[in-house]
Design a protein around this ligand. Structure first.
Ligand code: PMT
Length: 211
């Protein structure tokens, strides 16, 4: 099958030398891409900047901002059977990028941010994606409740929920502990390395379309 995976952080420029971003290392998304390729799928990885090596046998489309990722996904998703959104995409971006480095002036400065486009939320209605749609939910409270709401609102087949308030899992750690949240049920998986977990997740996801 053809699998599109988003991974890593997005980088939202403020001026030529400053940006807004987040703590995503890309490990979860890259592990999913490696696992999918090893299981014989054709994989396109669309990723923000990370320090990771590209998994073998994976096609790669590097992006920087949430707007770049939106365009990349929009242009590619129609060619895929499965789309998995593991990236930590900025929800807000600076309203304007300064041409020159912003100089210090007063004691405070205000940065105006505007909403980015919701890529996962656009997959069905805007991009008309008919394949298996899998999102992640990075939550710090009401993990299952919030993940189920995301799953239903964005018409996902599955949302993989992780509690990102924990230091030992989630953002920038080598392990994760997730709950699979389907529209009508959930299943908690034990804590595991992102590599092992990714294999298990890909096995589950590749069967979703035939259920
Ligand atoms: O990269 P690592 O260090 O390995 O960390 C892994 C991870 C914690 C980043 C990963 O497991 C994870 O949870 N990824 C989703 C992070 C996130 O942004 O979650 P969210 O609950 O804010 O977003 C929900 C879903 O919508 C996600 O699938 C996200 O990719 C997607 N999204 C969000 C905003 C946006 N503008 N467009 C999107 O597509």
């Amino acid at each position: 099958m053809k699998v599109l995976i988003t991974a890593g952080p997005t980088v939202e420029a403020i001026d030529p030398v400053r940006f807004l971003s987040n703590r995503s290392s890309g490990k979860m998304g890259y592990a999913l891409a490696a696992a999918a390729a090893k299981r014989g799928h054709s994989v396109l990885l669309i990723s923000g900047p990370t320090s990771l090596d590209l998994p073998e046998g994976v096609d790669y489309l590097p992006i920087e901002s949430a707007a770049d990722m939106y365009q990349a996904v929009k242009s590619q998703i129609g060619r895929h059977d499965i789309a998995i959104f593991a990236a930590a995409v900025a929800d807000y971006t600076p309203a304007k990028v300064a041409d020159q480095k912003i100089k210090k002036t007063g004691d405070e400065m205000t940065l105006t941010l505007t909403r980015t486009k919701d890529i996962l939320g656009s997959a069905r209605e805007v991009m008309d994606f008919k394949g298996t749609l899998v999102g992640f939910a990075a939550e710090t409270e009401k993990v299952i409740e919030n993940a189920r709401a995301k799953c239903l609102r964005k018409s996902c087949d599955l949302v993989i929920a992780n509690d990102v308030s924990r230091k030992d899992i989630g953002f920038d750690s080598s392990e994760n502990e997730v709950t699979l949240v389907y529209p009508d049920r959930e299943e908690a998986l034990p804590q595991d390395s992102k590599e092992h977990l990714a294999f298990h997740l890909i096995e589950i996801i590749e069967h979703l379309g035939s259920d």
